[in-house]
Design a protein around this ligand. Sequence first.
Ligand code: SAM
Length: 200
Amino acid sequence: MSPPRSRLSVTLDTEQPADRSIWGRAAQVIPGMHEPSATLPLDDTGHATISAPHAYLLSYRLIDLRAGDRLLELGSGTGYGAALGAQIVGPTGRVITIEIDAALSARARDLLSPLANVRALHGDATHATAFFGQCNKIVVAFAVKELPKEWLDALLPGAILVAPVGTTAQHLLRAARTWDGRLDVTRHGAVRYVPNRSTA
Ligand SMILES: C[S@@+](CC[C@H](N)C(=O)[O-])C[C@H]1O[C@@H](n2cnc3c(N)ncnc32)[C@H](O)[C@@H]1O
């Protein structure tokens, strides 16, 4: 099976300080990784990929990731997204990343070990709502059929989650819990992510 290809199209707006900052940090994490449309397979099945920097640019822009944030990443893969997130949240913030694949998780934990503000965990992130209370920004790196009710119920006021949602056709959805407790869900274009590997 050939690995899924990203169909995202994102234009870097160099006038936007947020975009300049995220893109600059992406280049610091993997020097030379400037190809905005590459999606690299991490295994033969295509069930794990490292998405191109533009995917992070879009997700991190949608959650307005910034210094001091507490980021939860569901689906660590290589750890690249977590490393980039750690650069952005800085020493006053932190990143928790969870990966279902034991071998990938161990590798990501090893690669991320020099970063003091990152915790890499092994497990099924579908049921990771215990961590939602510790994080104000949540980014999901695998596609779910629909936004799980348990995720939405666990979103604290002020928290924002971004996830690819759908099966054959997927869209990036942003769910934000307002300070007065309302849920605001918006749609942000077609994407192609690997599916949820949860069996539970
Ligand atoms: C697109 S890749 C993530 C790329 C990653 N962010 C990186 O920087 O390399 C999606 C990852 O989600 C993982 N995954 C899929 N379902 C999962 C689940 N239920 N819980 C945790 N991880 C899951 C896959 O094994 C895969 O490594």
